[in-house]
Design a binder for this molecule. Structure first.
Ligand code: NAD
Length: 378
């Protein structure tokens, strides 16, 4: 393990006091103690939008960190902007790969705070090698995402998106808008953690659906309300609707692929508010074209990094797969919006700034994630 002085050797002089890694009894602890009595941390915040600023600045009144907002997403070309910042804050589509982490370490960064739950965009092993702690916001508001998921399911099933467009044209005809009741339908929930469990409860208890689930660790509380766990293949062969709530890992990439879709029930509806790459989008399009699928609702897309969170309404979008997806009448796409509630944004800001304060004070980091989370099945 590197000593504190060894870490310091690589740092620009101005960041030395601000980025001290203390190694105590084999446990690496992070301290950003500043030279004076100040307690604030300098934070470079990437990929910021007006709403991020609003909620972070508001929560920061209680912390007094020095926040520097960058609109640019973090990637190898932008990483040098963080030089001299002991803390870097990123979102879902910022790239925190080995090259970015090497640059951040060179500039004195000692902690990366994800203002989200998923961490598939971070090379955790590289972070560990560089002695950079990674923290996230594991549960800012599972209700925000679960409610949006049920909203997408209802919108797609009852064709609310098409009805809305028709009425704006004074077209009040109902032909083509026949839906199905959710009541007594069979829905599969893949991943019954914080978000998936809420979706399962809403569907089972609120709508009277039969809920089947797939997870590595079944939830006994859900089983008590009648949720039945099955292997993914068996689940997909038995459900009318499947909704994805597991994390994106090496094991779950393209969990929904050509073979799996081939074995699914005809007319299956697929809902994904988790991570885009859980689905092989090309296979999804083929299944839509041959009417194997009854509908698709996505809040996430595997190549969303080039599209989402930006206004591209005057641009020519080059992603032909994404553009094809938008042509289907039974497909709804939203731009990674499921988390976007007042409550979630407040909680994200509060937890992120608290983690940075804890790091600065040398306290244990409650929401730290490490390379051990990369073991198969997580
Ligand atoms: P969580 O960690 O509480 O739950 C994830 C569950 O998935 C766990 O129960 C885990 O055992 C299970 N799982 C892992 N691998 C699996 C596999 N191979 N098959 C089946 N189940 C598996 O996470 P959460 O808070 O419920 O969030 C779920 C996902 O939602 C996150 O990973 C994140 O990617 C996504 N998310 C999206 C948004 C959004 O705005 N669209 C917001 C927050 C989170």
């Amino acid at each position: 393990m590197m000593s504190a002085s060894c870490l310091e050797a690589d740092l620009p002089t101005e960041t030395l006091p601000a980025a001290r890694s203390l190694v105590t009894a084999g446990v690496r602890r992070y301290s950003f103690a500043l030279p004076s009595e100040e307690t604030s941390v300098r934070v470079a915040i990437f990929g910021t939008k007006a709403y991020d600023r609003r909620f972070l600045e508001s929560a920061n009144r209680a912390f007094g960190h020095e926040l520097r907002f960058f609109e640019a997403r973090l990637d190898p070309a932008m990483a040098s902007l963080a030089a001299g910042y002991p803390a870097v804050c990123v979102f879902v589509n910022d790239l925190v790969d080995a090259a970015v982490l090497a640059e951040l370490a060179k500039g004195g960064t000692r902690i990366v705070a994800l203002r989200c739950a998923g961490y598939n965009n971070v090379d955790l092993r590289a972070a560990e090698r560089h002695g950079i702690a990674v923290v996230r916001v594991p549960a800012y508001s599972p209700h925000a995402v679960s409610e949006f998921t049920v909203g997408l399911m209802l919108t797609l099933d009852r064709q609310i998106h098409r009805a809305w467009a028709r009425v704006r044209e004074n077209n009040f005809a109902l032909d083509g808008l026949i839906g199905r009741n959710l009541h007594e339908r069979t829905v599969g929930v893949v991943g019954t953690g914080r978000i998936g469990a809420l979706v399962a409860r809403a569907l089972a208890l609120g709508f009277g659906c039969t809920v089947l689930a797939a997870d590595l660790e079944p939830d006994a509380g859900l089983e008590q309300i009648g949720v039945r766990y099955l292997p993914l293949d068996a689940l997909l062969a038995s459900v009318d609707i499947v909704t994805l709530h597991c994390p994106l890992t090496q094991d779950t990439r393209h969990l929904i692929n050509r073979e799996v879709l081939g074995r699914a029930r005809d007319g299956l509806m697929v809902v994904n508010t988790s991570r885009g790459a859980l689905i092989d989008t090309a296979a999804l399009i083929d299944a839509l074209k041959c009417r194997k699928l009854g509908g698709v609702a996505l809040d996430v897309y595997e190549q969303e990094g080039d599209l989402f969170f930006e206004d591209l309404s005057s641009e020519i979008v080059q992603d032909d797969i994404f553009q094809r997806l938008l042509t289907f009448p039974n497909v709804i796409v939203t731009g990674h919006q499921a988390f976007l509630t007042e409550e979630a944004l407040s909680a994200i800001a509060q937890t992120t700034l608290q983690s940075l304060a804890d790091a600065e004070a040398g306290r244990p980091l409650a929401h730290r994630i490490g390379a051990e989370l990369l073991r198969p099945g997580r």
